[in-house]
Design a protein around this ligand. Structure first.
Ligand SMILES: *Cc1c(COP(=O)(O)O)cnc(C)c1O
Length: 460
């Protein structure tokens, strides 16, 4: 039996988390070989008798914390990972204590309300049409799935076909247009929806990974066009305004995969890049990337809430909202029981405010430009126009670039991954963590130069 009180174990956890977050900024980004070795200690049979809560927590911290990757610190620049604002970590703890099931308004009035409020705030922040529908899901993958299910519903309903009831057997054919740079999670969503990941029409892209508008096929009212806001390699955007104009005329559906790029809508400095995005029919984004809430958290937004509702609702009843006509969360999500993800989204939005969000986005972009400039000054080739938070750099031949990445990762001062960009090996730098400072960027550039065999401190 537990001898530890609830208060003791929660205070202990808070203390351990604080200690972790204080040290994570200074430790190597990767886990040490010794830390990985110790993971073996966890691999034992399930004991007959339970352990005291504090003892379990001690074990989790002592073995677990060193075996983490320091993505919560300021010098992890791999993938597009984001961090977690302290307020959102704290809100996450409180929400865990609440242990709400966010399915329905009656299972959690607070979760449903925070979702309502957050959806309205996001609509305003992104400048999207009023009255759009949305849902809180695990990430952009599920947001893409829910959005494309809405598209499938809407286009087939217009053809007089009820896809939720009858499936795709004998249904009118839909066409799906994607760019050559489509994210794999969009293709995965298409495969899950029976639309086929290889049955898509691929549109060539330009040197920045943008869909070439003059190669877009004729659109019609049975076509879904998937565009991207924020290419994972270049950070660049497809020409949303022109795609949406053509789609609107033809009755086609435009879906935006904006896992991180959609947040450009919150910065006036990025308005040119984000132009036309608000004209789309659906949008997928992540909160766990650039909004800096804890994993996992994504958001799907759909212009007509009824389309998302029809695609996601478990029952065929059309308007089964609560008696006051309020939105029932679970009628808009792929899941039934769910944690209350709106809690951290609401917390981040309120904690940052419009100014803070704009600053977070602009600061990340500024850091990315600083990386590009610092590396270019030392003669390394930047492969993309740094328009957002992503930087691609080549250190020479593919072998040399790969070796630099390997040395950088092993040293552990910062972490970047490799990628292939238009046939060329590159290192990719992504800045999306609130915790990244100018000093982190400087230390990061120095580490990259060391890994590339150029040492010596940078100019101030
Ligand atoms: C990260 C990402 C996704 C997938 O998001 P998850 O949060 O991992 O589900 C989809 N599209 C793009 C452009 C992304 O960067």
């Amino acid at each position: 039996m537990d001898t530890t009180t609830t208060s003791e174990v929660l205070q202990d956890a808070a203390q351990r988390a604080v200690t972790y977050l204080q040290s994570v900024r200074h430790r190597p980004v990767i886990a040490s070989p010794e830390a990985l070795q110790r993971l073996d200690e966890l691999k034992h049979p399930l004991p007959q008798r339970g352990a005291d809560a504090r003892e379990v927590l001690r074990r989790l911290d002592e073995i677990g914390s060193p075996a983490t990757i320091a993505t919560a610190g300021g010098r992890y620049f791999g993938l597009v990972i984001g961090g977690a604002l302290p307020a959102t970590v704290a809100a996450n703890w409180l929400a865990a204590a609440w242990d709400q099931n966010a399915s329905f308004r009656w299972t959690s009035p607070i979760a449903a309300t925070l979702e309502d409020v957050s959806l309205q705030w996001l609509t305003d922040l992104f400048g999207l049409p009023d009255g759009i529908g949305g849902a809180f899901v695990t990430g952009a993958s599920m947001a893409n799935l829910a959005a494309l299910a809405s598209a499938r519903h809407a286009l087939l309903a217009r053809q007089g076909w009820d896809v939720e009831a009858r499936g795709l057997y004998g249904a009118p054919e839909l066409r799906v247009v994607v760019s050559d740079e489509v994210h794999v999670t969009v293709l995965k969503a298409l495969s899950l929806l029976g639309l086929g990941r290889e049955r898509v029409i691929r549109v060539p892209t330009d040197r920045q990974g943008r869909l070439q508008i003059d190669r877009l096929p004729e659109l019609d009212d049975r076509t879904i066009v998937c565009i991207q806001a924020g290419n994972v390699n270049t950070g660049n955007f497809d020409p949303a305004a022109e795609v949406c104009r053509r789609a609107r005329e033809a009755g086609a559906w435009v879906h935006v995969d904006g896992a991180f790029g959609l947040w450009a809508l919150s910065s006036p400095r990025l308005a040119a890049l984000a132009k036309g995005l608000s004209e789309a029919d659906s949008w997928a984004t992540d909160a766990h990337k650039w909004l800096n809430v804890p994993y996992d958290s994504g958001i799907v937004l759909v212009r007509k809430p009824a389309d998302l509702h029809a695609a996601m609702s478990a029952s065929a009843a059309y308007l089964d909202e609560d008696v006051e006509g309020n939105r029932e969360p679970s009628h808009y999500t792929p899941e039934s029981s769910r944690r209350a993800r709106g809690v951290e989204v609401w917390t981040a939005l309120l904690n940052l405010g419009r100014d803070g969000i704009e600053d977070l986005i602009d600061r990340s972009c500024r850091h990315a430009r600083a990386f590009a400039q610092g590396l270019a000054e030392h003669g390394f080739e930047i492969l993309n126009e740094v328009v957002l938070n992503q930087v691609l750099v080549s250190f020479g031949s593919p072998e040399v670039t790969q070796a630099v990445i390997g040395r950088l990762q092993a040293e552990g001062v910062c972490w970047c991954g490799g990628t292939i960009w238009q046939g060329r090996k590159a290192m990719r730098i992504s800045v999306s963590n609130w915790a990244t400072t100018d000093a982190d960027v400087r230390l990061g550039i120095e580490a990259m130069l060391r890994a590339a065999g150029q040492s010596g401190p940078l100019q101030a």
